[in-house]
Design a protein around this ligand. Structure first.
Ligand code: ZN
Length: 222
């Protein structure tokens, strides 16, 4: 805890002053353009990896960057999504998975339910991920299998997002765009799902386009 208290002092004494105008403006309200959904994993810093400042990302985090389908959970996810889209008017929603995700490892190799009852129930929101991976990638194992699972889970959660009425409505009016990302911790790279090619591709300022449609992931090392 001492580490955190020292951080607070450093922030107040050495950082806040240089950004005082930003914080005074933010005190009057927020207008983020992006809802960023990612894992609770301590190794992910959404603002750092997107080089954004406070006020730019509305962030929802949980184990495994899961989005329970509408009506399937009493948790705060539906309320967070509803407020972001209908209240704040975000224009983009990013679901960002990441390499070495403990939740995805737990999905493939579940911990004892008696020791982790809440986690076991929570991972049920990734059951479609588990089943797709089991049925479609039976030949994969080890790191390749985990990487495939991380990628398939991002797509499964994007599908779950579409069940939320505010998201369905935003998409129908072309006011909202959904994006599937995977962040690779050891290189800092972010791969984005490209629906045209059915692949996750390294996000650059000028994305390339390919047209092979079948979604059959390469054992991409992410
Ligand atoms: Zn994770």
């Amino acid at each position: 805890m001492q580490r955190l208290i020292q951080g607070l002092h450093h922030f107040q004494n050495a950082v806040f002053g240089s950004q005082r105008e930003l914080f005074e403006r933010l005190a009057k309200g927020q207008a983020p353009e992006t809802l960023f959904i990612t894992c609770s994993d301590s190794r992910i810093d959404p603002n750092l990896l997107t080089q954004t400042v406070p006020g730019e990302l509305f962030i929802m985090r949980n184990a495994g960057n899961l989005v329970p389908p509408y009506g399937a959970s009493q948790g705060g996810e539906a309320a967070t999504i509803e407020f972001a889209v209908a209240g704040l008017g975000v224009k983009e929603i990013v679901v960002c998975g990441h390499s070495h995700c403990g939740a995805m490892k737990g999905l493939l190799d579940p911990p004892p339910a008696k020791d982790f009852p809440a986690l076991t129930q929570w991972l049920g929101h990734a059951e479609s991920t588990r089943r797709v991976v089991r049925d479609k990638y039976a030949d994969r194992e080890g790191a390749s299998l985990i990487n495939i699972t991380i990628q398939e889970n991002v797509l499964a959660q994007l599908e779950n997002l579409r069940t939320h009425p505010v998201v369905a409505s935003g998409l129908a009016q072309s006011k909202l765009k959904l994006h599937g990302w995977v962040y690779k911790i050891e290189t800092g790279e972010v791969f984005g799902y490209d629906p045209e090619s059915g692949q996750f591709r390294l996000l650059t300022e000028q994305p390339s386009h390919r047209t092979d449609r079948e979604r059959q992931f390469e054992p991409l090392d992410v």
